[in-house]
Design a protein around this ligand. Structure first.
Ligand code: ZN
Length: 396
């Protein structure tokens, strides 16, 4: 015998009594098939119900060859059971699932966009539409149309139909099953072949809210929330908006303008800071040139920095070169670096000097005659490497 699926006739039944008609083991867990069940088995994009059988947790529910199998957290000895579903979870699924019917129908009525797939996740639900472009105004119009049908609280009719009746119905979604076909209808709006659970009337969905949409190859993925999920989402967004507005001491409606002002101010400050750092670096280079050492005929500034910004050290090397000197700078940061620069017209090849110095200390690198930079493998050798470079300059 097959399991009688009580949710077909009444999706609001939360419990029932039943006989165990078969027992099995699934993935190491005990499982039972029942004579009748209020549990919805996973299918049609709607997740399985959870709940209990005689107090034992039902972890998963799957349909197989006319039987509905209940996967249990522990063995069940009884031959008769009282089953109870997690109603909050089921009703959430009913809201998302039926909301999807209405949303898909609205996209088709308003824009001629067909739904090619549906996914109901724990956080949000998505549909994929056969299309590639969607404007914010179109999305708002579809959302409005869907909510209008929800608020009209039209009856939802779910029933098995004869082949003759089926042939008369303008189905949005054709049947994917063999045998008797169940059709879920909202008058003058949607007829879909579906074995899922639905509210009695469209008002049960409460609200549809489209959260985002983007293009996925040849399709458009639309993410939406219905009923309780939409309310919870709007609740945290409202709270977050309030907190953000509070940190800037403005009303939530003024937040966008306030953020734009903060960003402009930050950009001005960043530019000013870069300018001041540039000026400081020139002063620093001037000061360092007063303490330059003579190597052969060139003035050499040798110095090591710890955890300083690499771009700043490079700018400093260039500034020293502009003051007529040769900069041999070292930086101990995430990596240990040598930065060499020389003044225009000096007969020093920084690229060659760096290559020879690094070769002596197990590193590799090079660069242009005027500016070169490379990594030193052993940070402890930094002072020795700079001393060796000065010595090379001295030797000419
Ligand atoms: Zn359905």
């Amino acid at each position: 015998m097959d399991t009688e699926r009580l949710y077909y006739a009444d999706a609001y039944l939360t419990e029932c009594c039943a006989r165990v008609i078969e027992r099995a083991e699934r993935n190491g867990q005990p499982a039972v098939a029942l004579s009748q069940s209020v549990f919805y088995p996973e299918g049609g994009g709607q997740p399985a119900d959870t709940g209990t059988l005689n107090g034992i947790e039902v972890l998963d529910v799957q349909a197989e060859n006319g039987l509905v199998w209940h996967m249990l957290a522990a063995p069940l000895a009884d031959d008769t059971v009282r089953g109870q579903i997690d109603w909050a979870r089921r009703f959430d699924h009913m809201q998302q699932h039926h909301g999807q019917h209405l949303l898909s129908a609205a996209f088709e009525h308003a824009l001629g966009l067909k739904t090619v797939s549906f996914h109901l996740g724990a956080g949000a639900a998505t549909i994929d539409l056969a299309g590639t472009a969607l404007s914010a105004a179109q999305v708002a119009a579809v959302e409005d149309l869907t909510n209008q049908v929800i608020w009209e609280d039209r009856p939802v009719l779910a029933r098995f139909v004869t082949p003759e009746e089926l042939a008369q119905l303008p189905l949005r979604k054709p049947p994917q099953v063999q045998g008797p076909v169940r059709v879920v209808s909202v008058a003058d709006f949607d007829h879909s072949a579906c074995g899922g659970t639905h509210p009695r009337s469209t008002g049960g969905v409460g609200l549809v809210h489209i959260r985002r949409w983007d293009r996925r190859g040849d399709a458009l993925r639309v993410e939406f929330l219905c009923g309780g999920r939409a309310t919870r989402d709007l609740r945290w967004k409202n709270a977050a908006l309030g907190r953000l507005a509070g940190t800037l001491s403005v009303a939530p409606a003024e937040l966008e303008d306030a953020v734009a002002r903060v960003r402009e101010a930050e950009e001005r400050t960043r530019k000013q800071l870069a300018e001041r750092i540039g000026q400081l670096i020139v002063l620093e280079a001037t000061d360092m040139m007063t303490r330059a050492e003579l190597a052969g005929i060139v003035q050499v500034v040798r110095h090591t920095y710890v955890q300083r910004d690499l771009e700043e050290v490079r700018a400093l090397a260039r500034a020293i070169a502009e003051h007529g000197g040769v900069a041999l700078l070292g930086l101990r940061a995430e990596k240990t670096q040598l930065i060499f620069a020389r003044a225009e017209g000096l007969a020093v090849n920084c690229g060659a000097l760096l290559r020879e110095t690094l070769a002596q200390f197990g590193g590799r690198g090079g660069g242009q005659p005027a500016l070169a930079q490379g990594g030193l493998p052993d940070a402890a050798q930094l002072d020795a490497a700079l001393a060796a470079a000065v010595e090379r300059l001295r030797m000419g």
